[in-house]
Design a protein around this ligand. Structure first.
Ligand SMILES: NC(=O)c1ccc[n+]([C@@H]2O[C@H](COP(=O)([O-])OP(=O)(O)OC[C@H]3O[C@@H](n4cnc5c(N)ncnc54)[C@H](O)[C@@H]3O)[C@@H](O)[C@H]2O)c1
Length: 255
């Protein structure tokens, strides 16, 4: 499928993890890709992969508004105007699961990366989409933000709840401009980082029980999330906006 020929996509936090798989999938469908990531090491590694060889990588910190402005100016200098934005960067940043152990700083860090960064990046990208009369914004929510979490804390759950709700309002506001805004909400996806966290916070028996609660009886893969994002990013999803799509093997369902 070459559904994204002629489109330019920005994926945040995409030198590794879900973001890298999303960027690779959009690239495989023909999109020109811009990637922001903080890790020079991850960027070097991602550059070597065939699927991201032609992506434009810019290193910087998404928790810093000035750095975001610098990176966006850098993309503009390369004539990159984005039709597709994937606000992917996020995570629980290894903060405690226990509510009473989470400090103000734990709340601030998680909110800044998961919510404020997406707000700031969107503010930079939306004017170009409005001028073009076309845009696709896809935010990364989470099963945690929809149904609570077995292994992350209230700060992460609240941050994902915020970005999921923000998705609805952005869809309301920018729909008349030709821009759709949706969220993909994954369950636990097998990445080395998540495997480490799960092994730390759940016993093998708890993990086995959790797997038995997944109707499709397998863990999620990065490709599962990338496929859902690619659908929302495609032209054919133009009548779908303000939706939160669970990608969790049926572990959490809502009617
Ligand atoms: N992995 C999962 O199981 C899972 C489940 C549900 C939702 N999600 C969500 O999906 C998204 C991606 O998750 P992941 O597990 O791939 O993340 P990750 O922790 O593996 O990070 C991916 C990339 O983001 C970059 N990054 C982190 N902080 C940054 C910053 N301040 N500035 C710039 N880059 C930064 C990292 O360098 C890394 O390359 C997140 O929003 C996460 O909350 C993940």
């Amino acid at each position: 499928m070459r559904r994204m020929m002629g489109r330019t996509a920005l994926v945040t936090g995409a030198a590794d993890g879900l973001g890298a798989a999303i960027a690779a999938r959009l690239a495989s469908e023909g999109a020109r890709i811009g990637i922001i990531d903080r890790s020079e090491e991850a960027i070097e590694k991602a550059r070597q992969s065939e699927s991201l060889a032609s992506a434009v990588f810019i290193a910087g910190d998404l928790t810093d508004g000035d750095d975001i402005a610098r990176m966006m100016a850098d993309f503009a200098a390369r004539d990159m105007v984005f039709d597709i934005l994937v606000n992917n960067a996020g995570g629980s940043l290894h903060t405690p699961r226990a509510f009473l152990e989470e400090t103000d700083e734990d709340w601030d860090r998680v909110m800044t990366l998961n919510v404020t960064a997406a707000v700031r990046i969107s503010r930079h990208v939306l004017p170009g989409m409005i001028s073009a009369g076309f845009g696709r914004v896809i935010n990364l929510g989470s099963k945690a933000g929809r149904y609570g979490s077995l292994f992350t804390g209230a700060n992460y759950v609240a941050a994902k709840g915020a970005i999921q709700s923000m998705t609805l309002q952005m869809a309301q506001e920018f729909g008349p401009k030709g821009i759709t805004c949706n969220a993909v909400c994954p369950g636990a996806i097998s990445t080395p980082r998540v495997e480490r966290l799960l092994n730390e916070r759940m016993t093998p028996e708890e993990r086995q029980r959790a797997l038995e609660g997944v109707p499709v009886r397998r863990h999620g893969r990065v490709e599962d999330v990338a496929a859902a994002v690619a659908f929302f990013a495609s032209d054919e999803a133009g009548f779908i906006t303000g939706q939160l799509l669970d990608v969790n093997g049926g572990q959490g369902m809502a009617s």
